[in-house]
Design a protein around this ligand. Structure first.
Ligand code: PEP
Ligand code: MG
Length: 566
């Protein structure tokens, strides 16, 4: 049995598909038989075009014509007589096909990149894809396509990236196993959004497991059972049935308001990463969106999204929500969220470095265009702005000043927006908790980001399993921080929500109810579970639990007590 972190609940029994990292390195060599090399090159191009055509067909069906055309454009480029002719000329001059493709593609990439024009620079990304595809074919690298995974597949991969998840067909993938990540890493969040059982941080999973091997993934306990016996398969299949039955019970909470056992109402929102997720939030019965992680709009591309592109995305999400609240968090990059084309310098300690609001305030044009896009979208629904990683009042003031500048610009151009848009703070650093009294005087709302707040309070990296024992929202230090933030918000009369993963934790819920949280923002699949858990408690019962917990001294004691009463 292998052990990791259970990051997306559920049981999956299936066969392994290994996604190994592949190197495109080759040794340049002089070739003697030019004709044979030309044939080899043409065969690699044909294969590239065939598989691109297949991918385009699949994307046309799943996403749309526009996306398919991007891929068809790759075929047009590599079939272009000029580019192909140049490559063939190098081969005729006795260069090997890999070097010829590499050299000519590089020439085009440099040429397109140098223009500074968005559309032409996108061409450079296309040529890069073509180069990797054709060289991969020349080297005989078998491309593993996640979208081709047959039914009953368990994906085993070093790290699950957001772009990889684009290829996942939910009906075919029964489990995910990775070597990196934690409960709150993006792979976990994505796995939960897809409702696929996942176990992360399994040491050497890629080398320990082999393709087609039958395994069981228990996304609740974090166990990966290799070579399961018939008995184990039976046992886990039964467990899966129980899990699915409980899920069905949760369905009875669909369409109901979120209320405690004694009738106190709460807001129950969803966390999303793309406008499409807004549909999932609505399907999951979310009452709004408490966190739109806008960095996904900036990832998996070669350049910044324009103000118009962002406006369309925010407007689309807002229209899907049909007037329900949409809290848009401004760009939160750095730390574990990389955006290669921004060219952020490597830092000794990126989690403490130049990231999120800090980066945005220094890159004002980019930041202002995001704020303008949000403001323009606010004419179409109940949109609110939230700044990530605030640690000082000055940052909130500077962000708010930029919102005012953006408003003035829009007004001058006669563009509509919500004049009274709320501007809130994501309280996720230790300092923001300590100065919550000061921030509450100048913010319109708080949303507690416990994923980072836990890390920054405990000085423990959320992705490092060696310090995992410290990384818990049930640590007395973190609970005090959460209670303080809520109390400071309430003292100034501003709403306080929570968008970190702890908001969905059954053991946290009575504590949060007692502290006075008014809004829970969770992943779409957790909505009904949270509503069910909130309905279990009266205020008096929650207060009694909180009183006991806040008198305890260790995480172990708190955790054991809470587990015994839920
Ligand atoms: C958080 O830090 O709690 C949070 C919700 O934001 P993210 O996980 O995107 O850092
Ligand atoms: Mg965060």
């Amino acid at each position: 049995m292998l052990k990791g972190i259970g990051a997306s609940d559920g049981i999956g029994v299936g066969r392994v598909m290994l996604i190994a990292e592949q190197s495109l390195e080759y040794t340049p060599r002089e070739i003697a038989d030019v004709n044979a090399e030309l044939e080899r090159y043409k065969a690699a191009v044909d294969k590239f075009c065939d598989s691109t055509m297949e991918q385009a067909d699949a994307i046309r069906k799943s996403t749309g014509e526009k996306e398919a055309e991007i891929l068809l454009g790759h075929i047009a480029i590599i079939r272009d007589p000029f580019m192909g002719g140049e490559i063939e000329n190098l081969i005729k001059a006795h260069q090997c096909a890999e070097a010829a493709v590499d050299q000519i593609c590089k020439m085009f990439i440099d040429m397109f990149s140098a223009t500074g024009d968005d559309l032409t620079m996108q061409r450079a990304a296309d040529v890069r894809d073509i180069r990797d595809g054709v060289i991969g074919n020349l080297l005989g690298i078998q491309e593993v396509k996640i979208s081709d995974a047959p039914a009953g597949t368990v994906l085993v991969v070093k790290e699950l990236t957001p772009s990889m998840t684009a290829g996942i067909k939910k009906e075919n993938i029964v489990g995910i196993v990775t070597e990196t990540g934690s409960q709150t890493s993006h792979s976990a969040i994505l796995a939960r959004a897809l409702e696929i059982p996942a176990v992360l941080s399994v040491p050497n999973a890629v080398t320990q497991l082999s393709t087609d091997e039958l395994i069981i993934v228990d996304g609740g306990s974090g166990d990966v059972i290799t070579a399961p016996s018939q008995e184990q398969i039976g046992e886990y299949t039964a467990k899966r049935e129980v899990f699915l039955r409980e899920k069905r019970e949760m369905e009875t909470f669909r369409g109901k308001p979120t209320v405690s056992a004694d009738g106190v109402e709460y807001e129950l929102f969803c966390n999303i990463g793309t406008p499409k997720d807004a549909t999932k939030a609505m399907e999951a019965d979310g009452e709004g969106v408490g966190l739109f992680r806008t960095e996904f709009l900036f990832m998996d591309r070669d350049r910044l999204p324009t103000e118009d592109e962002q406006f369309e995305a925010y407007k689309q999400a807002s229209l899907i929500l049909k007037g329900k609240p949409l809290i848009i968090r401004t760009l939160d990059i750095g730390g574990d969220k990389e955006i290669p084309y921004l060219g952020l310098a490597k830092e000794e300690n990126p989690f403490m470095g130049f990231r999120a609001i800090r980066y945005c305030l220094k890159n004002r044009d980019m930041f202002k265009s995001q704020i303008k896009a949000i403001l323009r979208a606010s004419a179409f629904g109940d949109i609110r702005i939230m700044f990530p990683l605030i640690t000082a009042v000055e940052e909130l003031r500077a962000g708010k000043a930029l919102v005012e500048e953006a408003k003035a610009d829009l007004k001058a151009s006669g563009i509509a927006f919500d004049e009274n848009i709320s501007v809130g703070v994501m309280t996720e650093t230790a300092a923001s908790g300590v100065i919550a009294d000061l921030l509450a005087k100048e913010a319109d709302f708080f949303s507690i980001g416990t994923n980072d707040l836990t890390g920054y309070t405990m000085a423990a990296d959320r992705g490092n399993s060696d310090v995992g024992y410290l990384y818990s929202p049930l640590q007395p230090g973190v609970l005090r921080m959460i209670r303080r933030i809520i109390e400071c918000g309430r003292a100034e009369g501003i709403p306080v929500g929570m968008c970190g993963e702890a908001a969905a934790s059954p053991v946290m819920i009575p504590l949060l109810m007692s502290f006075g949280l008014t809004e829970f923002s969770v992943s779409a699949p957790s909505v009904l579970k949270v509503r069910k858990n909130i309905a279990k408690w009266t205020k008096a019962e929650a207060d009694a639990v909180a009183e006991k917990v806040m008198a305890m001294t260790t995480e172990a004691e708190i955790s054991a007590y809470l587990k015994s009463i839920i």
